[in-house]
Design a protein around this ligand. Structure first.
Ligand code: 5GP
Length: 176
């Protein structure tokens, strides 16, 4: 496969993504056996991951989406989050699983957990494809993690740089 000219190192190859996403789906299926799940995808970055993950989840599941934007510079989240699109339905009493693309400082996720937690779901857990532990400003409570990666700005598999490069089938660092 040709590597895109803006792309540096490939951090997670598409085969590894496929295997890990299948493993996560199996683990989630075991943990939620017999309990319907409401998957909450965080737009836009999580849509590849969510679509692939859902194919490996066996319990009944529904999907809803939120879109948030975090104030701050283009690469640093401030933790002040604006909801651009909210869920379509109440989540009170539901088993909710937030599906995130990447957790960097953890500030966006911490806001989402507080916001959704206040709506009184029966349970609230997080599944993140990627985390950057070296960047955490708050210790996020993430039950399912795909891959821990180094402190690099990554694109591909749904993740963008200025809205581009989401279509790459792997996760790669941008060229410096
Ligand atoms: P946090 O609040 O954890 O610092 O930032 C989370 C959000 O910042 C993610 O949902 C994602 O939209 C964006 N983000 C953080 N790191 C990266 C990265 O390496 N690549 C891309 N494309 N987005 C990132």
């Amino acid at each position: 496969m040709t590597v895109h000219p803006e792309i540096g190192e490939i951090l997670v190859q598409s085969d590894d993504l496929r295997h890990r996403v299948r493993e996560l789906g199996r683990q989630i299926s075991d943990d939620y056996e017999g309990r319907p799940i409401l998957l909450v995808g965080v737009l836009k970055g999580a849509f590849f991951f969510l679509a692939d993950l859902m194919r490996h989840i066996e319990p009944d599941c529904e999907v809803d989406f939120m879109a948030v934007s975090s104030y701050g510079s283009s690469t640093e989240s401030s933790g002040v989050v604006r909801i651009l699109k909210d869920l379509e339905a109440p989540i009170e009493g539901r088993d909710v699983l937030i599906v995130e693309d990447i957790v960097d400082s953890g500030l966006t996720l911490s806001y989402l957990m507080k916001n959704l937690g206040a709506r009184e779901p029966a349970s609230l857990e997080v599944c993140a494809l990627l985390t950057k532990p070296a960047r955490f400003k708050v210790e996020p409570d993430i039950k399912y993690v795909g891959f821990e990666i180094a402190d690099r700005f990554v694109v591909g598999y749904g993740l963008d740089h200025n809205q581009r490069l989401r279509n790459l089938p792997y996760v790669a660092a941008l060229k410096q």
